[in-house]
Design a protein around this ligand. Structure first.
Ligand SMILES: [Zn+2]
Length: 144
């Protein structure tokens, strides 16, 4: 293991993940080591805000990084340094998002090989189906 990388990584980031340009959209989160199925990959931690504030911010920013935790609470990841915040959507993902106690956690849905892009199904988004999906997966819904 690269000790410099391990030292720079917070304890909740269980596996090494690199951020680099993605064929899906912008930057992506890529496995830097093998991740076995069902294991926790990492988390994103950010600024706790209200859903009302999240909706306002979503209208102002082109690239939104907000997850709604409940009807009232949301987290804005725009200022987060966690690599998992770059996780792109896929209609046929290899990971899933799990919201637990105010944290957004990522778990592998299958074995993920080093160099593979980590993707999750975003489900409903602020884009309300207006953003074209570019995941390229078989059975792609075509919109977010
Ligand atoms: Zn898709």
């Amino acid at each position: 293991m690269d000790t410099a990388t391990a030292a720079a990584r917070p304890g909740y980031q269980k596996y090494a993940v690199d951020v680099h340009p993605s064929a899906i959209d912008g930057q992506g989160a890529f496995a830097a080591e093998a991740i076995p199925t069902r294991r926790k990959i990492g988390e994103i931690r950010g600024e706790s805000i209200s859903v009302a504030e999240a909706r306002i911010r979503a209208t102002r920013t082109e690239r939104i990084m907000i997850v709604e935790l409940s009807a009232k609470k949301a987290i804005d990841f725009s200022k987060s340094a966690d690599p998992m915040r770059y996780t792109n959507h896929s209609c046929h993902p290899n990971a899933r998002l799990c919201i637990r106690q105010g944290r957004v956690e990522f778990y592998a849905l299958r074995d993920i090989a080093p160099g593979e892009e980590i993707t999750v199904d975003y489900g409903e988004t602020h884009h309300e189906g207006k953003l074209r999906c570019q995941c390229g997966a078989p059975g792609c819904r075509g919109a977010l």
